[in-house]
Design a protein around this ligand. Sequence first.
Ligand SMILES: *Cc1c(COP(=O)(O)O)cnc(C)c1O
Length: 418
Amino acid sequence: MTSLAISGGTPIVTTPPPHFSWPPISRTTTDAVRRQMNTAISIYDRSGVIAELEDRLREYFGVRRAVLTSSGTAAVHSAYVATHIGPGDEVIVPAYTFLATATPLLHIGAIPVLADSDETGNISVADVEARITDKTKAIMVTHLWGIPADVPALRALADQHGLALLEDGSHAHGADIGGWKIGRFGRAAAFSMNGPKPLSAGEGGFVLTDDDEVYKRVLLHGHYNKRCRNEIPADDPAHLYGVTGMGLKFRIHPLAAAIALEQLGNLDSYLEGRARFAHYLCEQLESLPGIAVPKPPGDTYPAWYGLPLTYVPDELNGLPVERFHEALRAEGLQEVDRPSSTRPLNLLPLFRDPTPMLPYYPHLERVAYRTGEFPVAEQIWHHTLKLPVWHRYEDLPLAEAYVAGFRKVIDNHTQLLG
Ligand SMILES: *Cc1c(COP(=O)(O)O)cnc(C)c1O
């Protein structure tokens, strides 16, 4: 009998951690940063590396306008404000997402109406439809772990009800549906470029839109003075407010923009590498009892921000997910993660009672979510084991070792029962 490492056996993976790091920093990356340091470290208008990166993003995504921001959270905030979401408006957001998809709504007096997941983990179109009221102004969608949500269906629903569709593409840079990149499906899209995101600036984000009014309002929201004064035409009544805009500042750091510009040049090759690893991992793991692999629709190209496996305890004699996860970690599979900050928002204190944090929020009675309200999202989240998706051929032995670790724990899971 093979002893599991958790009960004193030899671990499968002995490579010292970390087993995955992101973004890839090469000599080219550091050269780009050094060059930028010698060029400009503060940029107040749309020039230099800011203009260059925004133009590259516009080309890459196939949209008319891009605005860089200091974070993804800022980008989401601006996308809401720019599409005229305001006090008392209801916005339908996924229950299962990273918190910043929804938290900006609490700062503009709007109401996050959470919707449950479908069996993929992404927002359920049917549940969105059921939650539309005469106060609904927009639908926000996340493409969880980089697997495209059903945005064509959500777009049709939004159009039918006269709502704005917004995308949070923070897991899904470069993902597409039938060749149409995520970020093009709604009135605006917000992306994070935080450290581990598929396109990374270390810290940063951006908003994409085809709509000039949305573009102008993104500038007014977080890019006051020079940028507003330069870009908002003198005959536009908003030009008068150029110096102050709406008074917030959400500019990206030029060094971060330089990193992202360099990374963007490699994004497609990173994604191709990830797709190969995701295919390999799914192929290897899908036949194992206790594991269900994601099955993205055939016309989608995911960005594979992570590989969300679903643990199926019934296939392993009811072994609890916590114990299964511990056993994998003991085998040295350090990067197998149970998502923590990305979780059904109804489980977070801020969405159960925001009063201590935001006593001035005008709809406290509407943000009083409870455990059990989003059963599909809660069930999927609780059973998700997320694997990193590597992109370099050199990492194949590590991926193989992870597969072997899963096999070992599953083959010997009866040692963990009772
Ligand atoms: C990371 C992330 C954000 C927030 O981005 P930051 O750059 O960390 O502010 C928003 N939404 C989703 C889905 C994210 O994953």
